[in-house]
Design a protein around this ligand. Sequence first.
Ligand SMILES: [Zn+2]
Length: 228
Amino acid sequence: MTSTRWQGERARLQRVCVRLVRAGLVTGSSGNVSMRLRHGGGDLVLITPRGADLEELAPSQLAIIDMEGEPVEEELPPSSESALHLAVYLGRPDVGAVVHTHPVFSSVAAVAGREIPPLLDEVIIKIGGGVRVAEHAFPGTEELAANALHALGDRMAALLRNHGLLTVGKSPETALENSLLVERLAQVFLYTSLTGGANPLPAEAASVEKELYMMQRAAERETGDPEV
Ligand SMILES: [Zn+2]
């Protein structure tokens, strides 16, 4: 039932799970997190098991699946949103980790169907632009996965309509930081809308910030990304 392989990666992902709960991004057994395992025989994915309480999860309880979603060892069944995670890894070779949560302010924007504009300087640098809303699809389906990947595009976050938030990153820690940043952005966006509307970022600043985002991603590709 348990595995001792990939111990360092298991410990890192477990710490991210605990931080997600403590930051209020998920409650109970909702939300799921994964990490790409790069090795010679083709990538694998370390992922939270189905129905797990993320705060109580032991590192050895994380499941490992291949890129078709098949369990690699006899472990707990993988997250019900495995298709979503796999679609991102297949469609975005630069992504090393995926975090899916249901935080309140991001969920408000997702339910309202409102794309969140990049109102804060750091958002374009870290996320690549505003946070688009994926078309609705039933949780756990291939359709949800395809819609999410489309909304994600080349960015690091997307909202899932009437559902929640998806963020990605080079590492689990970065994907978590991106979730926290988007949730703060959503909060600022929604409170600002109560004041009569937000001032957009000046176009020149947004352009420089997008350039920084592209440079950072190019630098990551050049280093070969051995450390996920
Ligand atoms: Zn969900």
